[in-house]
Design a protein around this ligand. Structure first.
Ligand SMILES: Cc1cc2nc3c(=O)[nH]c(=O)nc-3n(C[C@H](O)[C@H](O)[C@H](O)COP(=O)(O)OP(=O)(O)OC[C@H]3O[C@@H](n4cnc5c(N)ncnc54)[C@H](O)[C@@H]3O)c2cc1C
Ligand SMILES: NC(=O)c1ccc[n+]([C@@H]2O[C@H](COP(=O)([O-])OP(=O)(O)OC[C@H]3O[C@@H](n4cnc5c(N)ncnc54)[C@H](O)[C@@H]3O)[C@@H](O)[C@H]2O)c1
Length: 493
């Protein structure tokens, strides 16, 4: 059933966009992938839910982040795989125009009508415009069509995402740097691209643009790439980028930036780097500044901190999910939180008494609590080699006070790897909690298609499985997943 707007007395009042005042049971602010999921789940016990979106329904992931970046990376990964496969004759070069055309196709040329159709089909009411709080459960939504006052009878879920952070380097903002949005939607490939940062965005987009023909220089403040991953992962990506002709400058402090007719100039301590474009990839911050949070005694600019039910402590009607919480930074984990938040809202405020009771007594690892956010978050970096990890790195585990040991294995030594390529190279490592019979608390895979090996490890971490039990999970021969057998053997089984 399509949910129409309802007036405060509960009567359906027709077309939402014709009214200056509207009331819904639940309002979700932000129609990215995360907000869409929260809204869908929240509506499942019959609540009338509005989804407010100021730009494109589908958000960052669909149009400027996950999807376009992965499509820019995939063709070169496919060529690389072919090049490494004996017997494949001349895998060929990239057709850059065709790669960009495929990117345009997967982003629907930045047209969100198919996602808007999905929202309508899910029975949600889409309000287009920018939402701001004016008080508890009260909002205004502003668009070119005017201003609508919106009341949420029961709950508001904030899913406004994040924005790229431009560090306060002298001249940087004025030099019109690229953010990831400019890079993923670029209609031309710059001859020279400089990248500031050494995290996930920097590594992925340096890989993509190098493959498309840019001369890429990556300026890394620290002494490693992917500092949040196991050190061997960042080292493998560093070696691979350099082998592909990317210049990676470690310990690079950008002191000043300016743009002139020759391009963008970045002044480091001991040299100037010049490029046609400078991509700033120095992290993101929660999008809470222009949201009227001060009207509900919360701090604009800060992340919306939530508990495991995705509820804002002390504000029983307020929930937050996705990048805006600072709790997750990926689409998949944000959508997990959205499923939990939507179910909590549907249970707490919907008519289903059994659901209400179940949620009220819910504990960790129930469908109503996002327990995995603490211990089992998967992350894939689509570089070459791919990097994939879940749970704790060795260092994070030790910092958390766990007694751990690691088992590592060179993936080239697994029989399945030799079938894929005689040049197969990669490494995998488990982090085992020795105080709990070697329960797997973390895993990292680095190598071709490592992303596809990650989920087995995620299941092990979520299931808190000891290695002795995994001994009985027999990997098929000859696959690279046989590394799980080698892990067990290396650990002494
Ligand atoms: C280059 C890049 C590549 C990435 N690749 C991956 C990947 O491969 N896999 C992965 O899992 N993650 C990836 N991520 C991360 C992923 O994009 C984010 O974690 C995800 O988009 C967060 O979703 P969200 O719904 O919380 O926020 P968003 O997608 O940012 O959606 C928020 C929405 O809210 C709207 N909005 C904001 N304020 C208001 C307001 N006041 N009123 C109305 N609407 C508002 C915005 O217009 C936006 O549509 C990538 C990120 C980047 C930058
Ligand atoms: N495949 C994926 O899942 C994927 C892909 C891209 C982005 N993302 C997500 O998007 C978010 C943003 O990614 P990101 O790479 O921008 O952030 P990040 O936190 O991964 O990396 C930021 C990098 O910028 C550097 N940095 C920070 N401040 C700096 C400064 N003032 N000067 C120089 N360097 C500085 C840091 O040292 C780090 O190397 C993350 O949450 C990430 O997980 C995910």
């Amino acid at each position: 059933m399509a949910a129409g707007p309802v007036d405060p007395a509960g009567a359906d009042t027709g077309d939402p966009m014709t009214q200056a005042q509207q009331t819904f049971d639940v309002v979700v602010i932000g129609g990215g992938a995360v907000g869409e999921n929260a809204a869908d789940r929240a509506s499942r016990t019959g609540l009338h839910v509005a989804l407010v979106e100021s730009a494109l329904v589908g958000g960052e992931c669909s149009y400027w982040a996950c999807m376009p970046s992965k499509v820019l990376l995939r063709p070169d990964a496919a060529c690389e795989a072919a090049r490494r496969t004996p017997g494949v004759r001349d895998p060929g070069d990239l057709d850059v125009a065709a790669v960009l055309a495929r990117r345009d196709e997967i982003t629907h040329r930045w047209d969100d009508s198919s996602q808007a159709d999905w929202v309508a089909g899910a029975g949600l009411t889409l309000l287009r415009g920018h939402a701001r709080f004016t008080g508890p459960r009260a909002l205004v939504v502003e668009s070119d069509d005017g201003t609508v006052e919106v009341e949420a009878r029961h709950a508001v879920v904030v899913a406004t995402g994040s924005l790229p952070t431009i560090p306060p380097v002298d001249g940087l903002a004025a030099a019109r740097p690229w953010t990831s949005r400019d890079a993923t939607s670029a209609q031309h490939v710059p001859a020279r691209l400089a990248v500031l940062g050494g995290g996930v965005v920097a590594c992925e987009l340096a890989t993509a643009f190098a493959s498309l023909g840019s001369r890429v220089t990556v300026l890394v403040r620290g002494d490693a790439l992917l500092a949040g991953a196991e050190p061997f992962a960042g080292a493998a990506v560093l070696a691979s980028l350099r082998a592909r002709g990317v210049r990676v400058v470690l310990g690079a402090q950008a002191r000043r930036v300016h743009r002139d007719a020759d391009g963008v100039h970045v002044t480091l301590d001991d040299e100037d780097v010049t490029a046609d474009e400078l991509l700033v990839a120095t992290g993101r911050h929660p999008r809470t500044r222009d949201l009227g949070l001060e009207t509900i005694d919360l701090e604009p600019g800060a992340p919306l901190e939530v508990d495991d039910a995705l509820a804002v402590p002390g504000v029983p009607w307020l929930f937050a999910v996705g990048d805006v919480t600072g709790r997750t930074g990926t689409t998949h984990q944000g959508k997990y939180d959205a499923r939990v938040a939507g179910d909590v809202v549907a249970a707490r405020f919907g008519p289903d008494e059994a659901a209400r009771r179940a949620e009220a007594s819910a504990g960790p690892w129930s469908r109503y609590r996002a327990s995995a956010d603490h211990a089992a978050v998967p992350q894939v970096v689509f570089t070459q080699p791919e990097v994939a990890w879940v749970g704790l790195t060795e260092r994070a585990a030790r910092d958390a006070g766990l007694a751990v040991r690691t088992v590592a294995y060179e993936l080239a030594d697994v029989a399945g790897a030799s079938v894929i390529s005689p040049d197969y190279a990669g490494r995998a490592q488990l982090v085992l909690d020795t105080a709990r019979d070697d329960v797997v608390v973390g895993a990292t895979f680095v190598g071709p298609d490592a992303a596809e090996m990650l989920h087995a490890a995620t299941i092990a971490v979520v299931g808190e499985l000891p290695l002795a039990r995994l001994w009985h999970a027999v990997p098929s021969y000859p696959t690279v997943s046989e590394v799980w057998l080698r892990f067990a053997e290396s650990a002494g089984l």
